[in-house]
Structures are given as C-alpha cells and as structure tokens.
Design a protein around this ligand. Structure first.
Ligand code: PEP
Ligand code: MG
Length: 582
C-alpha cells in the first residue's frame, strides 16, 4: 500500500528515484569530563574541525567559477560568516575551559543558548536564520565525529552501478551542500525542515530541481534506497509504489521531459501572440555571473539587475571601479540587448550590513530608510553608483532604474544627482551614454495611484509587484503568519497594475513588470489582457512564459480580463482566470 507525505512543493516537475537518506548528526551527545592537561588538545581538536570546514568553504567557492546561481555564493559566504561568529566558536572554547567538557557537548550547549536567542526574535526572516547556524553546527559535529558528510556520500554514490537516480532525503540541507547536489546525480530533494522563504527553497528554484520542503516526518519514514516519487507540483512524496502507480508516474515524468525538450526549441522563436503582438521577455539578474543563463534562455535583455547583491557579504560597499566592472560585464555579455540596472535597493529583507551597520535598527524595516530613500540620505554612496552605471553605459544600451519611488520628489532629487555626475564625467573626459534612459520602479501604492504626476519625470517604468502587493495589502512578504493573505489577484492590486499600464501607454512611456508575477505562467494571459508588453523574470521561467504567449490571442483576452477586475475578491478572480487559461 503506497504512503504519501505532504509538504511544500518548490520548483517544477517530478522526480522518480531511490532515496538517499542523509543521517543527521546527533545533537543528543554525552558529556565527557576532560582532564586539565587535555583541555588545550581538546580545543585544538575543535579548532582543527573549524579550520577544515573553512577550507571546505574556500574550495567550494573556488569551484563556483561562472556559477549561474548567485544565491549559492551568498549562502556559502553566510555560512562562512557564522563559522567565524565568536558567540558560537569562541564561546564554545570558553565553555570547554570553564566546564572541562568535550568540544561536541560544549558546542551543542552553546548552540542551544544561541538558538534560544533566535527564538525570542520576532522578525520571521531572522528567526529562520537559526537554521543556518544549526546546519553549520551539524557540519562541525559531523566533522568531529567522523560521520558521513555529503562529499563522502557522493563519492560512494558514483561507485554505484547505474540504476534509478537518487533523490536526497535529509532533515535539512546546508546551502554549501546544495552545490554538491547539483554537480552530482541527484534529481530532486526532500527535507523535513524549510519553508518557501528558507534558503533551500530559494536555491531549489534557482537550480531548477524539483523539491518538497517542510515534510516534518519524512526523514524517519523512508529507508535507504527505497523507491520514491517527489512531486513538486502537488508538494507530495510518495513511497511503497506498486506497479500501476510507478507506471503512472513514469508516464507523467516522460511527458514532462518531452515538454521540457520541446520548450528549448522556442529559444530562437520571437515571442509574439497569435494575433501578432510582439512581447518582450527580459531576465531578472542578481549577479553578473547570471548573464549566461539568461542568454541561454533567449532573453531580450535584462529587465532588472538587482545591484544590491554586489553590496552583500562584505565589510565595505564596492568601489565605483568595482561596480563599473560588474555592470560592464553584464552589458558586454548582453551584446546589444538593453540592460536595466536598478540602483541599490537595500533595507527591509535585503539588509546590506556594510551600510546599515552604523544605523539604528528601524522598528518597521519595510517602511524605513530603504532603497532610494537611503541612497538620497547617503549621497556619496549613491554618487559612486551613478558614476559607475554611467561609465558602463558607453559599452551598450543601459537603463538606470530607481527603486521604491513614492512620487516625483525622489525622481527630481535622483535626476539632479545624475546630472551632477554627468557634468563631472564630462569634465574628466570620461564617456557615457548622454541619452541614458532613467526610470522608476512602481512598487509603492502612492506612485501607482498618482502615476500621472510621475510620468513627466521618467523615461520608463517597471511594476515591482512583489512590493506593490505587500504595501497595497499591508502584508509583510517575509512574515509566514500572514503569507496566506499575500494575494497577487486581489482586485486592488490588479486595478493598480491596469491603471499604471494604461497611464504609461497614454503617455507612450515604456512599461514593464519585474515582480514574481511576470514569471507565473498562470498569470501570463491576465497580464497580456491588462496590456502588458514587457515581462521580466528569472531566466528559468522565460521559455515557459513564451510558450503561453505564443498560444494566446491578445484580442480575445482584453474583454474577459477587464470583466475579472469587477469581481470582488482574489478567490473568484482565480476561478474565472482558470477558464481564460483553459
Ligand atoms: C519587486 O518588488 O517586485 C521587485 C522586483 O523587487 P524586489 O523583489 O527585489 O524587491
Ligand atoms: Mg521591490
């Protein structure tokens, strides 16, 4: 009799394979008394494990090369930072000395003390970072106990005769290990812990692997080598398959593989609706290294380069020259396609410690000094970025985009600084695109509602629906307790999107959409019907959205979509939208 466990599906597709169950390091360890003369050797043993892991991280970093998933680098860096945290490492050493105990026990005690502090934090994002510390502690324990780590598991796995591929089943997977998973033969992974905003989930999306997270009990249920199916679509893991069920899943998987292959053929086909409307499909990039993946997906350019990632995991902000090099790299890679560089969007869930370190912690980070507000308050920092973007604009078409604009005043102030930067560059004899397009992200409701007064100050606009939804519905996008209320199809959100597109069309101002909605195929026809002609999304989503565009007739969408907007709530809109998508 088949069993199934339900969690949260992440990414796309279905994996059929054997479970490789990764044993977690035990946190339930005995306390051993260490004699006075053995204390320093015990500390040395602990330090050896820490140094070994630091070297592992170094080696992993070195293998990154042209790594397309920028998040992986960020996560390894984050784990490396935790590895240096005195609250964990030095405090453990103090404990070994003070309590004459073994290193493993001291580390677990210290972890529990740190974990209690995390539990007391209200911020959901920070709370989740407890998992990062836990993963690291597990890694240290495994290293000291000599239990299997993923690298040894993988070495073993490659000796195995060919058979069903492997699905990794773990209590949790450390981000650094995700890199190893991708380079080996795993076809998916399932974890007991995790939520849609946890690192493993973010990585699954960017690696394109099907995954199910938050399974709670799977790890204890499944046995090594057992055949299982992992369905990211419905978020289930199924085991004890009988022949009928196995055939059913195999057929479904073959269908998906075929669809995926077919999708690749669309790469060179122009995105156009059946009635001939060209649609631009652009890529969202986090780091310059993401550019090859975007080109591989056949993007028409970069609709959003999130420059803040250049500022993360470091002590000081990047210099003007360093930024110039990063922007130039993307522009050159895009070979004449437009590149939209968003100026620093730090703050809220994207904290940049290099900048926030000297500032007091805001009580409500999402409503505080973030993005353009912060840049205007830090003119030196902003000026270095503007100069870098302008200098890079001599290498190809660049659009400079300002985030979190709430009204004309911020655009006026930003433009004034851009003019100052241009004048200085002219004096220095440095070249740049004199006609560079300057635009705004429309992600604050005030900017969307009063779009008419903003239009005179912008050359283009891009709807940042991730934030527009959060601010319109007053839902913190990182808070799991209100996540169920986050509704892209709320009529208020859709009316704002419609009104912004209409106003921009009237003024002949190019308008795009670069929030997650742009990559959701179930929303493509809705957005086409609202008049959107430029979408910007994660590269893995481009071909899927193109497929929907190619199968849609714009003329048939406008009326039914406008009728949807008269419905009172998201649930009803979703039901009607299904008919339009059918
Ligand atoms: C948005 O808010 O929709 C957006 C694209 O920006 P970010 O997700 O980086 O805030
Ligand atoms: Mg935003």
């Amino acid at each position: 009799m088949a069993w199934s466990v339900t969690g949260i599906g992440v990414g796309e597709g279905l994996a059929l394979g054997r479970a490789w169950v990764l044993a977690p390091a035990s946190f339930d360890l005995p306390r051993r008394e260490i004699h006075q003369q053995d204390i320093e050797p015990e500390i040395a043993r602990f330090r050896l494990a820490i140094d070994g892991i630091a070297k592992e991280f170094e080696a992993l970093r070195a293998t990154l090369g042209q790594e397309p998933a920028a998040e992986i680098r960020a996560f390894i860096d984050l784990q490396a930072v935790v590895l240096q945290d005195p609250l964990l490492i030095e405090a453990t050493i103090e404990r070994i000395r003070a309590e004459s105990c073994n290193a493993e026990w001291a580390l677990v005690q210290q972890f529990q003390a740190v974990a209690a502090q995390f539990d007391a934090i209200e911020d959901a994002y920070l709370k989740e970072r407890k998992a990062d510390v836990e993963q690291l502690v597990e890694r240290v324990l495994k290293s000291m106990q000599g239990t299997e780590n993923l690298a040894t598991v993988l070495a073993q796995q490659s000796q195995e005769p060919n058979g069903l591929p492997w699905i990794l089943v773990a209590r949790d997977i450390a981000p650094a290990d995700m890199l190893l998973i991708r380079e080996h033969q795993f076809v998916g992974f399932a974890t007991d812990s995790g939520s849609p905003t946890a690192h493993t989930a973010i990585l699954a999306r960017s690696l394109g692997l099907p995954a199910v997270v938050g399974l709670q009990t799977l790890h204890g249920m499944v046995s090594q080598g057992e055949e299982i199916v992992l369905d990211a679509q419905s978020g289930v893991v199924v085991g004890s398959l009988d022949n009928d069920l196995r055939d059913q899943y195999a057929a479904q998987q073959a269908e998906q593989a075929l669809a995926q292959e077919k999708l690749k053929r669309l790469k060179t086909i122009a995105a156009k609706t059946l009635d001939g409307q060209p649609i631009r499909l652009m890529a969202n990039l986090d780091l310059p290294e993401d550019a090859p993946a975007a080109l591989e997906a056949g993007c028409d350019g970069v609709g959003l380069f999130r420059s803040e990632f250049l500022f993360m995991n470091r002590q000081d902000p990047p210099s003007e020259d360093e930024q110039f090099e990063a922007y130039r790299q993307v522009i050159v890679a895009m070979a004449g396609r437009p590149v939209t560089i968003r100026t620093l969007d730090s703050g809220a869930d994207k904290d940049v410690p290099a900048i926030s370190a000297g500032r007091s912690q805001p009580t409500n980070p999402a409503l505080a000094l973030r993005a353009i507000r912060l840049c205007l308050a830090e003119p030196e920092l902003f000026m270095a970025q503007i100069r870098a973007i302008l200098r890079a604009s001599s290498y190809g078409p660049v659009r400079l985009m300002i985030p979190l604009v709430s009204g004309p005043q911020e655009m006026v102030a930003a433009r004034r600084m851009i003019q100052t930067a241009m004048a200085a560059l002219r004096t220095q004899g440095l070249i740049f695109d004199e006609g560079i397009q300057i635009g705004a992200m429309i992600e604050v409701p005030s900017a969307a509602i009063a779009i008419d007064s903003l239009i005179a100050h912008i050359d283009f606009a891009s709807l940042g629906t991730n934030d527009l939804i959060q601010y319109t519905l007053a839902i913190d996008r990182t808070d799991s307790e209100v996540a169920h209320l986050y509704e892209p199809l709320h009529p208020a959100v859709l009316r704002l999107i419609r009104d912004v597109i209409k106003a921009c069309d009237r003024a002949a101002t190019p308008i795009s959409l670069c929030g997650e909605m742009a990559g959701e195929t179930s929303l493509t026809r809705l957005l086409l019907g609202l008049g959107l002609k430029e979408f910007s999304m994660h590269p893995v989503e481009i071909l899927r959205v193109k497929q929907v565009v190619l199968r849609s007739t714009l003329g048939e969408l406008v009326r039914p979509v406008s009728r949807l907007l008269r419905l009172p709530e998201g649930k009803k809109i979703r039901a009607e939208l299904q008919k339009i998508n059918a």
